[in-house]
Design a protein around this ligand. Structure first.
Ligand code: FES
Length: 394
């Protein structure tokens, strides 16, 4: 066994003298410095700002209609580069409300270098925001976006070279970006995509997927139809048997789809025996009602009062028990910070000063220290009483 000998030199007189001279020497250096403010922007800061801007402006330059959805091509002189699978938060003012929604960037990341993003907005059942975008955005509409966000992207140090993607409905968008990135050589992995749709007509990006598969053998797509039987497609839901049928021997699983798909897969995935580190899930936005969770014991018909502390000012607003606290803040026209709206990113982190709140375990992405210090994520918190909250604007 190798032995290490540590020798600690005792502090001598010369060290003491040197130490004694340090403070006056530093003071002299500071005194001789220029009083002019530093004007230089350091290269590393410039790079960080261009990769992680807080806000970006873009204009709708083209609208590609799809079944119950539109793809919006957004252009600007400059847009931040992103990793295939990431999203941007779209900021909106709808009537009195100020809100935001996350949408995955669906095109190749390389297009961002030419000032282009693409997002696809699908009509949703209770889609207050998706309805607004589908009915109001036209070519020329100016939109405000966050910088690219989110950890749902391929990581070669962590992931296998083979990825099996499970997509449901508009959950195809991050995989479109990944497929394009594989095609143009930006990403280096093989993608087997099981894509669930109700019928053949509901498949989003059908033609684009076909073209990508024809152009590279690194991307393979299997359509799984729940309400239709069609040649060349699987029928039913994506479950463990279907995954085993198409998956290679070793792989990392990426999942993006509606809440119902995640719920179904929760019972299926243990049958695959995969290590948790090889299962990557895109976030699922919080449901509109807390009654979705079996552990909820509140009364969703109540309307409480939310006392807000914001930049030293105090404000009281109504707080419906059946919607996330963040929605009440936005409804009152207050621009609260948010990105993922699923309890994961921490952008909406706020301090709970008083009151009782419901935070379901599956949406509790808080750090332990935040939990103990009384911080909450209002996007995934529902009121059980009047609440008092301090929020921190961006
Ligand atoms: S917006 Fe991401 S945690 Fe609330």
């Amino acid at each position: 066994m190798k032995k290490f000998n540590f020798h600690v030199k005792p502090i001598g007189l010369l060290d003491m003298l040197h130490f004694k001279q340090m403070v006056p020497r530093r003071r002299a250096i500071l005194a001789s410095g220029s009083l002019e403010p530093i004007t230089a922007v350091y290269g590393v800061n410039r790079l960080a700002q261009s990769l992680h801007p807080k806000r970006q402006k873009a204009v709708v330059s083209e609208i590609i209609p799809r079944k119950d959805a539109n793809t919006y091509v957004l252009k600007a002189d400059k847009l931040a580069y992103f990793r295939a699978g990431q999203y941007v938060s779209v900021k909106l003012r709808i009537g009195e409300a100020v809100t935001a929604r996350p949408y995955t960037l669906a095109a190749a990341p390389a297009l961002a270098l030419e000032g282009q993003y693409q997002i696809t907005v699908k009509k949703a059942q209770d889609g207050f925001v998706s309805d607004y975008i589908l009915n109001n955005w036209t070519v020329g509409t100016e939109v405000t976006l966050s910088g690219p966000e989110g950890p749902f992207s391929y990581e070669p140090l962590r992931d296998e070279k083979e990825v099996v993607g499970l997509a449901g409905g508009s959950g195809i968008t991050p995989f479109m970006s990944m497929a394009y990135a594989i095609l143009d050589g930006t990403e280096d992995f093989r993608l087997t995509l099981l894509y669930g749709s109700r019928t053949k007509k509901d498949i989003l990006y059908a033609e684009e997927l076909e073209k990508i598969c024809a152009a590279t053998d690194k991307v393979r797509v299997v359509h799984v139809l729940s309400e239709d039987e069609a040649e060349g497609c699987e029928h039913g839901f994506i479950g463990a048997d279907l995954i085993r049928k198409y998956a290679p021997e070793t792989y990392t699983l990426y999942i993006c789809g509606p809440r119902a798909m995640h719920d179904f897969l929760a019972g299926e995935l243990p049958r695959l025996g995969l290590d948790q580190k090889h299962i990557r899930r895109e976030f699922v936005p919080a449901p509109s009602s807390p009654e979705y969770f079996a552990s909820y014991t509140g009364d969703p018909s109540k309307v409480y009062t939310l006392t807000l502390h914001l930049l030293g000012e105090e404000k009281q607003i109504p707080l419906r028990a059946d919607e996330p606290v963040l929605t009440a803040i936005e409804r009152a026209g207050i621009a609260a910070p948010s990105r993922c709206r699923s309890g994961e990113c921490g952008w909406c982190r706020s301090r709970l000063i008083g009151g009782e709140a419901f935070i379901p375990d599956s949406l509790d992405g808080r750090r332990l220290a935040d939990d103990e210090a009384g911080y909450i994520h209002p996007c995934s918190t529902w009121a059980l009483s009047d609440l008092e909250l301090e929020i921190f604007p961006e």
